[in-house]
Ligand binder design. Sequence first.
Ligand SMILES: Cc1ncc(COP(=O)(O)O)c(C=O)c1O
Length: 371
Amino acid sequence: MIPVCEPILDGKELEYVTDCVKTTWISSNGKYIPLFEEKFAEFCQTKYGVACNNGTTAIHLALESLGIGKGDEVIIPTFTMIATCNAVIYSGAKPVLVDSEMETWNMDPEVIEEKITPKTKAILVVHTYGHPVDMDPILEIAKKHNLFVIEDAAEAHGGEYKGKRCGSLGDVGCFSFYSNKIITTGEGGMVVTNNEEYAGKARLLRNHAFSKPRFIHHELGYNYRITNIQAAIGLAQMEQAEYLVNRRIENAKKYNSLLKDVEGVTIPPEKDWAKNVYWMYSILIEDEFGLSKDEMMEKLKEKGVDTRSFFYGMHQQPIFKNGNDERFPDCTGLYPVADEFSQKGLYLPSSGKLTNKEIETVVATIKSLKG
Ligand SMILES: Cc1ncc(COP(=O)(O)O)c(C=O)c1O
C-alpha cells in the first residue's frame, strides 16, 4: 500500500530525543522548547512563537489571546477540518460559516461582508491543503470593520502570499505539527505573532495561567503545554524545513505534469501570487471521469493506493445540524462550492518520502480506472 503520508525523521530527531531522555528533561521544560519556538517563528517571519500541544489548542489560544469569547462571532470557512470550528466553540464564541471559492479552494472573500454583524470580532481564514488564502481583500474587510484576522495555517507551513509567509499575514497564525503535517512533532502546535502582548497571553494561558506567587491564578488557563521531547523533534525538523517543504512541492509538480491532461481530473490551483506548499496533493474527480470520488477511492485502495476524502463542510456536520447549543454555527443556507469539494475531492499519497516511481504508479492506476 502506498500510504497517504509518512513523516521524514532522518535528521537529528533521534539524537535530540535521546538527549531529552538521557538528561531527564522529558516534560514541558527544557532547552528544546524555546529553541524550536525561535526557529519556527523565524521560519514564519514573525517575532514570537508559542508552542503548544496541538493545532486545535493553538487556535483556541489565539482566540483567547485576542480576547475573543462568549457573545462574539468569528467568521470561518465552512470547508475546513472540524478543529477550526471547534476551537471557536471552545472559546465561547460562535462560528459563522462562509462558502469557498473555486479559484483557490479557500474562503470566498466576496461573501464575507454579508456575514458581518455587530458581534463579529474576527475572520479566521484557513490556508486549505497548503494554498494561501487571497489575503488582501480579507485584510481590507477586517480593517474596514475593525476585526482581527487569525490564520489557521495548520496545512501551510512555508506557504507564501505575495512573498510573505503564511502565519505572518494576520494578527495571529496557528500551526499543527501532527504527524502528517509538513513539519511534525508527532502531536504539537504553535501560535505565531508579531505582537508581544498576544504572545504573552498565549504563553500564560497554555500553562494554567500561573502567576505570582505561584498557585495564584487570575485567569482561566489550560494545560496546553508541549513537551521537550516533541520540541526536540521539532527543532530537528526545522534544520531541514525548506527541504521538507520542497519535497511536497516537487511531488505536486510531478503529479501535475502527469495528471493535467487526464479528462475528468481537476488538479489543484496555484495562483500567480501564491506559493502553494501542497500539504496534500488534492484533486477533484469530475463527472467526465466516469467514476465517483467514492468509487475511485475504493478502487484505488484495492490496488494498493491509499487516499483520503476532502472535508465535509461544517454546515453538513450532524453535531452542528442537530445539536442544541447556542455556540454552534447556523447550518441553514447554501454552500454550493464547499458541497462540490466534498462530493468530488480526494487527496493522493503525498509524503515527502514519495518517489517519482510511486507517483507514476499512482497516476497509472488512476488512468487504468478511467471509464
Ligand atoms: C485546517 C486544520 N486546522 C486545525 C487542525 C488541527 O490540528 P491538530 O490535529 O494538531 O489539533 C488541522 C489538522 O489536523 C487542520 O487541518
